[in-house]
Design a protein around this ligand. Structure first.
Ligand code: ADP
Ligand code: MG
Length: 214
């Protein structure tokens, strides 16, 4: 499967070409069309299989298509378990947003809180964050998620293993939006808490498991 087969916007396609990618990985091949159709998704595949682009491309496609839906609140929120992972995801996201009119911010625990408040005041379209700090900004009223169109949980199993259930519940409640699409990625779908959260956060999800034993 070539990236050209997904029907991505021209701008996005040229960014993919710029990265030097032609052939989609298996998880990208399975997840991207379902996500682009608007389905909620619970997906798993091993580390290094290209899951980041499997959610960045549908997210970029969605916000590029509907330019005026939300003006103030972020349109896409991507949560990852660790600072390191958030930085990596942010780096890949910036390859698509830089040079566009879309703003993206990175909200990490351990960084200066007020700088983040200022960054959030600029009404970014994309927020990449670790759950603890994001929940802080939510409870203190520096961020609202009523306009959120897409919630993405990267490495959901690790976020839950690290004890972020409370934060994820809060974020889910604050982003309880009719039009919200939710994508959940996990190294495994054989994880009781991941399945429990899947039931709570996802609406009629499609399941994609690459390389799973079951
Ligand atoms: P995962 O999240 O599944 O662990 P990543 O999204 O971090 O994997 O991707 C791992 C590496 O593979 C990254 O360096 C990424 O740039 C690269 N990559 C992703 N998609 C492709 C592709 N279709 N072709 C070649 N390399 C890719
Ligand atoms: Mg990953």
């Amino acid at each position: 499967m070539q990236f050209t087969d997904f029907g991505l916007d021209k701008r996005l396609m040229s960014a993919v070409e710029h990265l030097g990618f032609e052939q989609a990985t298996q998880i990208q091949y399975e997840a991207i069309p379902l996500a682009m159709q608007g389905h909620d998704l619970i997906a798993s595949s091993k580390t290094g299989s290209g899951k980041t682009l499997a959610f960045i491309l549908p997210a970029m496609q969605r916000v590029s298509r509907n330019k005026a839906l939300s003006k103030k609140d972020p349109r896409v929120l991507i949560l990852t378990p660790t600072r390191e992972l958030a930085k990596q995801v942010f780096g890949q996201l910036k390859m698509f947003t830089s040079g566009s009119s879309f703003k993206a911010v990175l909200i990490l625990g351990g960084e200066n809180f007020n700088d983040q408040v200022k960054a959030l005041e600029k009404d970014p379209h994309f927020v990449v964050a670790t759950p603890g700090r994001l929940a802080d900004h939510l409870t203190k009223g520096h961020l609202y998620l009523q306009g959120l169109e897409m919630l993405i949980l990267d490495e959901a199993d690790r976020m839950l293993d690290l004890g972020f259930a409370k934060e994820l519940n809060l974020i889910n409640e604050r982003a309880d939006h009719r039009k919200r699409q939710t994508l959940m990625f996990s190294a495994t779908l054989d994880h009781a808490q991941v399945n429990e959260f899947g039931k709570k956060l996802l609406k009629n999800p499609k399941r994609v498991a690459v390389g799973a034993a079951h």
